[in-house]
Write a protein that binds this ligand. Structure first.
Ligand SMILES: Nc1ncnc2c1ncn2[C@@H]1O[C@H](COP(=O)(O)OP(=O)(O)OP(=O)(O)O)[C@@H](O)[C@H]1O
Ligand SMILES: CC(C)(CO)[C@@H](O)C(=O)NCCC(=O)O
Ligand SMILES: [Mn+2]
Length: 865
């Protein structure tokens, strides 16, 4: 039989080239794309702007304000975002903004979606079952001293008027009383200024209420929010929802608030200290003449505090005072050395001053926090506030102090959204903030480079290198050993402020995402098969970097190769390289990141630079070629007996002969699957099978569709599950009905099934408006999976997939991304068949002690598990 291809331009090391091009070549000679029309009927322009991850409309964009600003704000008059809420935390040092841009789910525009929902019984009386709109939560900060920049930003993006698309903006009318939630001292201090400049009233929310609400939200809803930081090692902590309270929250802003949190809205501010972030920055500025906080922090990295601090050894003639647990190098008195010296301030190195200050303040905060934890018997201390600034040494120092004083009993933890607790809390205080009903599976964090906000494209390209390059680092010198030692922060890198934004992504709120109901244990589920450690990162970094020029070429070509496309291609390359560099430097920078996340990041990055579907024409070509050979394949299959046919079908999906094509099956449960399909069939064929498809072309047309046809022949309902958004050459849910319709021209089984399900009707003509809203049992359906990535995370799938899964008793996962890189070890509540060819030597060795082109045919029936 014609070898099927399952080639993925990135996941395959072998490129899948040989196998794939043979198949396509043959086809080309044959029927010359005769039936390609329907298969190619979903050009890029017709792809729906996904409700969950829409694109920005850049037309008419213009920079507002000074082009040389670090983050010039850009007005996007035609962008259809509808900014519904803005909340502020105006502190003594910094203003924090959290704003939400909504994206309507245009399901009525997407016929396939609507009819699928109808069939799955997801519509009630014609009304959408998801009135909550998805959107994005953005996090931005400004210096309080530069309040005007903040006002300009709000004004240019029209955040205070509910966004550029709100009725008031369109009509040019000034609503008389816009109210914005605000917290922090500045909500009082600057209320008049906001009224005067923007015409808005600030509705004041209590600062402590907001801090607690923000922290609780983050700890409850964001998967990788909290982490420990000890000896330079960052480790994410999975917080058990049922075991969160009580904890101590220490917000280190200008000053420090220490709050005992017992539940939602249940807390008490138990202490505070005036020695905080303002103290470090204020004293540091006076003593070192630094111009910015980051400059001061960076200086500390090259400092040696023993020239300034009086150490135990200085007092004890170089000896430890071990009887009370103090080593010679322990700081006995911060800045103590400066009293005896006959020196001026200018005689001290600014680097040393900065480090002494940083250590003094961090230890002090750690100690006071510990004492309060002790006072209330608390084991967990979460530190927030922008003093932390994701700075490894600061976190290590605080952790060290907590650990030292509590003798390991209490744990210091940090939050990725450290400085935004108050602003998030203020946001939560809106009566309808859209976050009420959201659960962890509704939130997807993305890391846009800020296009088009950071700068216009060229400027971005130009600046891209600065974003990539870390500020030069130096490691603080350690003195002595034992006792209350200075922590050694490894990888002590301070990134420039522009790139620091990369630590906190944009939170996408996608209310239509669900946990896949057939996951055996969603709590224990981990999509990624292999942890991305530094070695793995290096490997993938190289693969992805090597592939980048080719990807850019394809992306630019997919947009017609125009000058604009070239500029965007350049910008994309810079942006994605910057992401890679950032992650190489700190693999945990974006939270706990697996290969699935890394691959999705690349797709999202393409989308950020407006590349809708880089592989569109390649996919079309391969579909046409494969459709041309399909009739021959089907004829060949039909001439076989049942047993031989099933084997041929599985081999077809695996793109090679498992048994004699020089490759072996490293996992081969074919016989078990055959037994279930053939011998047990008489008793009970599968009721409904979900087939997770992978690539366009031969893979789907000559592999999965024939397999689907066999299941249909046995009386099994088939649901083809495809990507919501393009990723590499993967077939999308939007393209699939056209391809099936075309395949059905050559096959009675497919045609009958597709017609009965209305699938062909959808593909050709649009939806039937008179369809009833009750769920109808249909033999063949296409649903989207909710992803735009070559991998799949079953904690976050589309609601239509979740609905379709309810009656399924067989899952077939196909391809490396979905069944190897992710989900190889995933357990489901129904029989599962995982099919993939291992097109990556390293992976084959690592997972199976096997070789490239080995295959897996892993059948996991539930009754055996
Ligand atoms: N770019 C920056 N500019 C100024 N300070 C910074 C910067 N980055 C980090 N910091 C540190 O963060 C501190 C401010 O943190 P944060 O924004 O949490 O507090 P705040 O809300 O301004 O203060 P408070 O809550 O006490 O009113 C500063 O005092 C400084 O130590
Ligand atoms: C005054 C606030 C609450 C303003 O955010 C903060 O700066 C703070 O907690 N300062 C410490 C005050 C004290 O408890 O000593
Ligand atoms: Mn504050």
């Amino acid at each position: 039989m014609a070898a099927n291809n399952n080639s993925d331009p990135i996941l395959d090391e072998g490129g899948g080239g040989g196998v794939k091009h043979e198949a396509v070549g043959e086809a080309g000679e044959g029927k010359g794309g005769g039936g390609g029309a329907a298969a190619t009927q979903a050009p890029a322009a017709m792809l729906p702007r996904s409700g969950s991850r829409p694109q920005l409309d850049l037309s008419g964009a213009a920079i507002h304000g000074n082009l040389e600003d670090r983050n010039p704000t850009i007005l996007l008059p035609n962008q259809s975002d509808d900014i519904s809420h803005l909340a502020l935390d105006i502190g003594g040092s910094l203003i924090k903004l959290v704003y939400f841009s909504r994206h309507a789910e245009h399901s009525s525009e997407d016929k396939r979606k609507l009819s699928t929902k109808r069939r799955l019984g997801m519509l009630n009386g014609g009304r959408r079952s998801y009135p909550v709109l998805g959107g994005r939560l953005h996090f931005v900060k400004f210096e309080t001293g530069k309040l005007n920049e903040c006002l300009d930003f709000i004004s240019s993006k029209q955040l205070h008027r509910g966004g550029v698309d709100s009725p008031s903006w369109r009509s040019g009318a000034q609503p008389d009383n816009i109210v914005i939630k605000a917290t922090g001292g500045g909500a009082f201090k600057y209320a008049d200024l906001f009224k005067e400049r923007l015409g808005v009233s600030l509705e004041k929310e209590d600062e402590m209420d907001c801090l607690v609400a923000g922290a609780n939200f983050l700890l409850k809803s964001i998967r990788h929010e909290a982490f420990t930081h000890m000896d330079g090692q960052k480790e994410y902590v999975q917080i058990d929802q049922n075991d969160l309270f009580p904890f101590l929250l220490v917000n280190v802003g200008s000053g420090v608030s220490i709050i005992k949190v017992d539940g939602h809205g249940k807390f008490q501010r138990v202490s505070g200290t005036n020695v905080g972030g303002g103290t470090y920055w204020g004293l540091g500025r006076l003593m070192t003449k630094c111009k910015s906080f980051d400059e001061l922090l960076e200086l500390s990295q090259r400092g040696d505090n023993s020239t300034i601090d009086m150490l135990v050894g200085d007092i004890y003639g170089g000896l430890d005072y071990s009887k009370i647990g103090l080593s010679a190098s322990t700081i006995a008195s911060s800045f103590g050395k400066t009293i005896s010296d006959d020196k001026e301030l200018s005689d001290y190195r600014p680097e040393d001053i900065s480090l002494s200050l940083l250590r003094m303040i961090s230890y002090n905060i750690g100690q006071i926090s510990y004492l309060n934890a002790l006072r209330y018997g608390l084991k967990r201390i979460f530190f927030g506030g922008f003093f932390i600034r994701g700075h490894a040494y600061t976190m290590d120092t605080i952790s060290f102090a907590v650990n030292f004083w509590s003798k390991g009993e209490a744990k210091a933890m940090f939050l990725r959204h450290e400085g935004f607790l108050g602003a998030l809390g203020a946001f939560m205080s809106y009566e309808k903030h859209g976050l009420d009903d959201l659960r962890i599976h509704h939130l997807v964090e993305r890391f846009p480079m800020g296009a088009p906000y950071i700068s216009w494209m060229e400027k971005f390209v130009q600046k891209g290198t600065q974003i990539t390059a870390p500020v030069p680092v130096g490691f603080p010198v350690t003195t002595g050993m034992g006792g209350f030692e200075r922590p050694t922060a490894k990888g002590d890198i301070l990134r420039s402020d522009a790139s620091a934004a990369l630590n906190v992504g944009v939170l996408h709120l996608v209310p239509t995402l669900d946990v896949f109901p057939l996951l055996e244990d969603p709590k224990m589920y981990e999509p990624n098969t292999i942890d991305l450690d530094l070695n793995e990162y290096k490997y993938w970094f190289k693969i992805l970097s090597d592939h980048l020029p080719d990807l850019v070429d394809k992306a630019v070509a997919s947009e017609g190769g125009t000058d604009d496309a070239k500029r965007r291609g350049d910008a994309f390359a810079h942006a994605f390289s910057a992401h890679l560099a950032r992650l190489m430097e700190e693999p945990a920078a974006y939270g706990k990141f697996g290969l699935a996340n890394l691959l999705e990041l690349r797709e999202e990055c393409l989308r950020e630079f407006q590349f809708v579907d880089a592989y569109v024409s390649i996919k079309q070509r391969e579909n046409e070629a494969s459709l041309a050979v399909l009739p021959d394949l089907l004829m060949e299959l039909d001439s076989m007996n049942e047993e031989a046919r099933l084997l041929a079908l599985i081999e077809g999906v695996l793109a090679a002969n498992i048994f004699d094509w020089g490759s072996r099956a490293c996992i081969d449960d074919f016989d078990m699957f055959k037994k279930r399909m053939l011998a047990d069939k008489k008793g009970q064929p599968y009721k409904r099978a979900l087939l997770f498809v992978d690539n366009s072309g031969a893979d789907v047309v000559l592999g999965m569709i024939p397999l689907a046809r066999e299941l249909l022949r046995n009386g099994t309902e088939v649901v083809l599950v495809a990507n919501s958004l393009p990723a590499l050459n993967d077939v999308t849910a939007n393209e699939l009905p056209g391809i099936v319709a075309e395949a059905a021209k050559h096959c009675g089984i497919l045609r009958k099934a597709a017609e009965a399900g209305g699938l062909i009707f959808d593909a050709m003509a649009g939806i039937q408006d008179d369809l009833k809203d009750e769920p109808v049992s249909v033999p063949l359906m296409v649903v989207e999976n909710g992803c735009g990535s070559p991998c799949i995370d079953f904690r976050q799938v589309s609601s239509e997939l979740a609905a379709a899964a309810k009656d399924a008793d067989l899952l077939i996962l196909e391809g490396m991304g979905r069944s190897l890189h992710t989900n190889l070890n995933a357990r489901f509540k129904c029989d599962t068949l995982k099919l993939a060819m291992v097109k990556n030597q390293r992976l084959a060795e690592k997972l199976f002690n096997g070789n490239i082109y080995d295959c897996i045919c892993k059948f996991e029936p539930v009754h055996l598990t």
